[in-house]
Design a protein around this ligand. Structure first.
Ligand code: G3I
Length: 333
């Protein structure tokens, strides 16, 4: 008895939600969505985190919980706990889910990487089939292929390309469509916001897929940025993709600051969030904006980009930073 009381108390961690200024982000941008990446542990343990998540956002993306290494760490042994918890939470709070991500060069289980080509193809098809099917009708948008283009404007070299050839992309989309014909299927890319070699290659790939009848419904621009800000050609870039007949979205927005950051850095960060909201708002084909986490308490930046941090809308205690109201303004116009 004492044990379970202690366990229950220990489980309730994290700061309380604070009142946030203005209308909720989800209301400001409706009927388009405002989403966030969700940290599975925080969702499980932190009531304040859950409260802000439900109140402010109309869409969620699992930050890690649907990646292959997480759902099938050893062959045939699947763990859907984090994914299920998020999809259940989203349904309860009238949020759409962006499934993330079916095919990516990172966060794959080690058993997958060593498979010979024919087994790899079968395993990938099975992974896509089971994952998409499990959430059929509950996940409206899937990041099917993530980060397939290299920075210099070629196809990214990784084991899937090496073993299966570039056809793995069309196959992945077709298998996902077979598993849920009603889901909108996305190709999602990092660092392709500006017009240049990388986005040109992405454009060629998408154009070809569309021409071949491959069911690509949208192109996601992650928009992980820093004080360099939003590239001036982003709006024009979105326009050319939209002209191919696909939807576009900002899928992983954050603005990393160098530590220690100053008040001036935070003001500049706020402008960048505002601009990002505005770029999506002004593009009719842009269906929504997703931030990659909403509190500095759970941002991927400090662990992955040492010396940087403070990349999100709220500080580690869930207090709003200047970026919060600026982002609202960008979405609202
Ligand atoms: O789950 C393990 C845990 O068991 C272990 O104790 C711990 C020790 O390091 O690691 C945990 O896994 C970490 C995982 O996040 C969950 O916290 C991984 O090491 C870490 O590499 C992983 O980082 C994620 C990263 O993708 C992996 O490349 C970030 O949280 C996640 O924000 C980030 O997200 C990606 C998008 O999916 C695609 N676009 C880029 C974006 C940023 O890299």
């Amino acid at each position: 008895m004492l044990f379970s009381v202690i366990a229950a108390v220990q489980k309730r961690v994290g700061p309380d939600a604070k009142p946030l200024p203005g209308r909720a982000l989800r209301d400001v941008f409706a009927p388009r969505y405002v989403g966030t990446a969700v940290d599975a542990t925080a969702l499980d343990r932190e009531p304040g985190y859950r409260e802000v998540l439900a109140q402010q956002f109309s869409a969620v993306t699992p930050e890690n919980a649907m990646k292959w290494a997480v759902v099938e760490p050893s062959r045939g042994k699947r763990d859907w706990s984090g994914a299920d918890a998020l999809v259940t939470f989203a349904a309860r709070h009238d949020q759409r889910v962006r499934g993330h991500t079916l095919v990516w060069y990172a966060q794959n289980p080690s058993w997958v990487e060593s498979l010979p080509a024919d087994e790899l193809r079968d395993a990938l098809r099975e992974h896509i089939r089971l994952t998409v099917d499990r959430f059929r009708g509950r996940i409206r948008d899937w990041d099917v292929v993530n980060e397939a283009i290299s920075d210099d404007g070629g196809m990214r070299r990784w084991f899937m390309l090496d073993k299966l050839g570039a056809g793995y992309i069309a196959d992945a989309f077709n298998w996902a469509r077979d598993a849920d014909p009603d889901a909108r299927l996305w190709i999602n890319e990092i660092g392709a916001e500006s017009i240049g070699p990388k986005s040109d290659k992405l454009y060629d790939v998408v154009k070809r897929l569309v021409a071949d009848g491959v069911p690509v419904g949208g192109v996601g621009f992650q928009t992980h940025t820093n004080l360099d800000g939003i590239p001036p050609s982003f709006a024009e870039n979105l326009r050319r993709f939209a002209a191919l007949g696909v939807k576009v979205a900002i899928t992983e927005l954050d603005v990393a600051l160098p530590e220690p950051f100053t008040a001036a850095d935070e003001d500049r960060q706020a402008q960048i969030y505002e601009q990002a909201g505005k770029v999506c708002r002004e593009q009719p084909a842009c269906v929504g904006v997703t931030v990659w986490g909403f509190t500095d308490r759970h941002s991927w930046i400090p662990a992955n980009q040492p010396g940087n941090g403070d990349a999100t809308l709220l500080d580690g205690d869930l207090n709003p930073k200047p970026a919060f109201t600026a982002f609202q303004r960008g979405l609202r116009g």
